[in-house]
Design a binder for this molecule. Structure first.
Ligand code: HEC
Length: 229
């Protein structure tokens, strides 16, 4: 079950139907006529089932290019389980353990044992936020947009902080086989190490290719990379 405010529903339906939202309609009323129910309780909260919410999403959006309705509405078991909790910190430990155990089985390590590519390419991939949007070509090459959530280098001052800073990642952790394998697994399937992570499952969902992951790995772990200066 998802708890959403009644006004969100009304606004989304109104927008989908191409009509003015209730808030706008109210603003347009003559000023002399005061709002009738000024004292009414402010936040009306209703409980909407998943089925209703899916119908509403299907009504409000349409597929275009690589951004498809199915991509939003079809959830795998992990996404379904994670949707039950408002955020990651609310996932019960037993549920988290089950998800992580299932996700780690999905990690594919490079068959040739080559984990590290070219950090210069990795930096371009980490900077690139294109791919999988309605305005992108179907089957095009995707960026990783790591900077949207992480600090990585000192030179780049524009970065998000949903995720921890990865500045000096390799310098601080070294590049033992254990660190290399963990980092690959984390990028391939973030949920293998923290259930219901906000970080995309780059390998598992086919967002990045194996070679792109090697390049991003080098960005994090190569001693010559600006991440480790
Ligand atoms: C949408 C936000 C988001 C994006 C994009 C993202 N991450 Fe993350 N990342 C997170 C969050 C949040 C965490 C911390 C929680 C967790 O571990 O899942 C994290 C954790 C990590 C960790 C583990 C850090 C540790 O201390 O062990 C690594 C490594 C990492 N990210 C690398 C990357 C790389 C490389 C990219 C780009 C290919 C990337 N992330 C893109 C959100 C993101």
């Amino acid at each position: 079950m998802n708890r959403i405010h009644a006004w969100m529903l009304t606004t989304a339906v109104a927008t989908a139907a191409g009509i003015a939202t209730p808030a706008l309609a109210q603003d347009a009323r003559p000023a002399a006529k005061p709002a009738a129910k000024a004292a009414a309780p402010a936040a009306e909260v209703s409980t909407v089932g998943d089925g209703e919410l899916k119908k509403l999403i299907a009504l409000s959006f349409h597929s275009k290019g690589p951004a498809t309705l199915d991509g939003v509405l079809q959830q795998d078991a992990t996404q379904q389980a994670c949707s039950q909790y408002p955020d990651r910190t609310h996932v019960p430990e037993a549920v988290a353990k089950k998800i992580e155990a299932a996700e780690i089985k999905q990690v594919k390590y490079p068959a040739d044992g080559k984990y590290l590519g070219d950090w210069k390419e990795g930096e371009k991939i980490a900077q690139n936020g294109r791919g999988m949007q309605f305005s992108d070509p179907v089957g095009g090459v995707n960026g990783a947009n790591c900077y949207a959530c992480h600090q990585l280098t000192k030179a780049e001052i524009s970065f998000g902080n949903i995720g921890p800073s990865l500045y000096q990642y390799g310098k601080l952790r070294g590049n033992s086989q254990a660190v290399i394998q963990y980092t690959w697994g984390k990028i391939w399937d973030s949920n293998a190490f923290s259930a219901c992570s906000n970080m995309p499952r780059f390998g598992h969902k086919g967002i990045l290719t194996e070679q792109q992951i090697r390049d991003v790995m080098a960005l994090l772990l190569d001693p010559a990379s600006p991440v480790n200066q």
